[in-house]
Write a protein that binds this ligand. Structure first.
Ligand code: IMP
Ligand code: MG
Length: 182
């Protein structure tokens, strides 16, 4: 068992300052687009909670928040494609303008299932905001309307993203040393 998270990181991909600039830009874009709408930001637990906490404070428009927890991963680095709802939303989505906040868009399997579920609940609109995007890894067609940063096909942790539930509390995004998950 390691005691330091830093020693498991191969390199820093996004510093705290870079993350802050990304979140500011996303907040401005989203605020412009959701002027006068009924914005409900939906966080996909657990990975999105750090990003979402910063994102909503970068918005100048009012918004509601709700959370959904799904499992698709187990403890590894590949999503299985079977998505199970572990915690459902509390709120009625009828007539709401939904913005789904995700930590990272990878194969796209998790989000495509989530969108299928949300579409059955009569929202007025649904858009996606992915803090990170790994476009090379896509298995199903899926694009986010708002993307913080595209990242290479490497396993990244920090700022909410985990490996085996560790590293979520790193304040930056780093590439995990491959020997940690090999
Ligand atoms: P997808 O269904 O393959 O798109 O998986 C998306 C989910 O996998 C994300 O919400 C993350 O929880 C997780 N994930 C994908 N890539 C990474 C990564 O590099 N680091 C940490 N989690 C990841
Ligand atoms: Mg996740």
């Amino acid at each position: 068992m390691h005691n330091s998270m830093e020693e498991d990181i191969r390199k820093v991909l996004l510093s705290e300052a870079e993350i802050a600039a990304i979140v500011r830009r996303l907040g401005e874009q989203i605020s412009r687009d959701y002027e006068g709408k009924k914005l409900l930001v939906i966080g996909v637990l657990k990975g999105s909670f750090v990003f979402m906490a910063d994102l909503i404070r970068a918005l100048s428009v009012p918004c509601g928040v709700d959370f959904l927890a799904v499992s698709s991963y187990g403890g590894g680095t590949e999503s299985s494609g079977s998505v199970k709802i572990l915690k459902d939303l509390d709120m009625d989505l009828h007539g709401c303008d939904l913005l789904v906040a995700e930590d990272i868009l990878d194969s796209g399997r998790t989000l495509s299932k989530i969108l299928e579920i949300l579409a059955t609940r009569s929202p007025r609109s649904v858009r996606l905001c992915a803090f990170l995007d790994k476009p090379e890894r896509r298995q199903v067609p899926m694009r986010a309307d708002y993307v913080g940063a595209s990242v290479p096909d490497e396993f990244v942790v920090g700022y909410g993203l985990d490996y085996g539930q560790r590293y979520r509390n790193l304040p930056y995004v780093g590439v995990l040393k491959p020997e940690i998950y090999a």
